[in-house]
Design a protein around this ligand. Sequence first.
Ligand code: SAH
Length: 458
Amino acid sequence: MLLTISTTHHPATDLGFLLHKNPARVFTFGLPVGQGHVFYPEASEEVCTAALLVEVDPVVISRGRGGGRAGLPLEPYVNDRPYAASSFLGTALREAFSTAMSGRSRDRPDLAARSLPFEVRLPALPARGDAALPGRLFGPLGYGVSVQEAPLDPLFPEWGASPCQAVTLRAEVRLRDLLAHLYVLIPVLDDSQHYYVSEAEIDKLLRYGAGWLDTHPERDLITRRFLKHRRALQRAAQAHFTPEEDADAGAPGARNVSLNEQRLEAVKAELLAAGAASVLDLGCGEGNLLARLLPERQFTRLLGMDVSPRVLDLARERLRLAELPEPYRARLTLVQGSLTYRDARLRGFDAAAVVEVIEHLDGARLWTLERTLFGDARPATVVLTTPNEEFNARWATLPAGTVRHDDHRFEWTRQEFRTWAQRVAGEFGYAVTFRDVGEVDAALGPPTQMAVFRREAP
Ligand code: SAH
């Protein structure tokens, strides 16, 4: 993927000093997804253009992604990620131009503080489902926006327009503002949901949105998409903005998103990203996760199972099953059962969530869950969470050495959890990755640990 920044400021080659990249050299750097290059296709006193090229390795990005969209087995490898401007480009911008983004320039400090004429070209900018969006996002910031649509394939006009457009932006702005706008708005236009977002994203949004996001007419859309539709994070970010009359009720004061909420949102995000349509919620309890999954159209079949009939009654009440319109009710089933027994009802699902359940089982009986879930039900994705025992030192109310809930049979350190999950993955033909949930303590790790298992091809 490519982005170019040109200026006609005189002498234009000052751009090299502003970006801290010498126009005479090619600068190459590593990225988590491949490589970035900065080079100058033209560098004269009249016009100077810096190009940022990101080469992504489709195999690297296919890891840590769900199996792609259902029914498209090659989607993880054959997709628009190599060329469509996305958050990878945002990451590369920050990597390549961090000094410029902070507004510093060793050799041209006065120029860094001034508005200069810039032109930015993005040859393949996705604006999913909304061709006018680049204008609505960049227009209010003072950019002239021109958009050139292209057919998806000139040989097949009936396929319609490509979701990617060639976009040119022109404005007199400070370079640091230009880079901040691009950093925030490119992933917003792309709006892909393929990676995990943490609370660190809120800080990035607030940092690079400083001075313009608060008053932007599309502030809510920008926040929502930048934070990958994670409502808990959005609410946390919104608390930093000036309240609006019609702002989400309850937004002020909602900064302390509860750990429970963060955990459920993180699980939901994984299930969405995995592309799962049918989902098991094993040990569903009162249905807190199911309540969040139910409104998502992606999930067409949900089955909640719990060992406790009493808890299932609460779930029925909480989800107002009896009052739900028929299409919703038909999507959700609640059943009583135990994870310690093989159960044919659990077979044939795309994904399973096992949220804060394993620690309720007797350690010596955990193998029965392994057999039921990974050996017999075998969903393509399993999202499993459990407390991180190390973090207990941080809970003021917990006397040292006690578990968080009287019904917890055990709690694991990060190492214990990893050892278990990796052994299970290996034994049953899954690959496993780990995620942190909640505010991470530098020494103790996160309060909740999550493992995402993906079934490997047989
Ligand atoms: N996943 C829910 C509830 C977690 S509490 C949430 O995150 O809100 C743990 C739940 O696991 C309880 O509802 C408990 O009844 C259930 N549970 C415990 N042992 C189980 C077993 N063997 N099979 C199925 N569910 C079990």
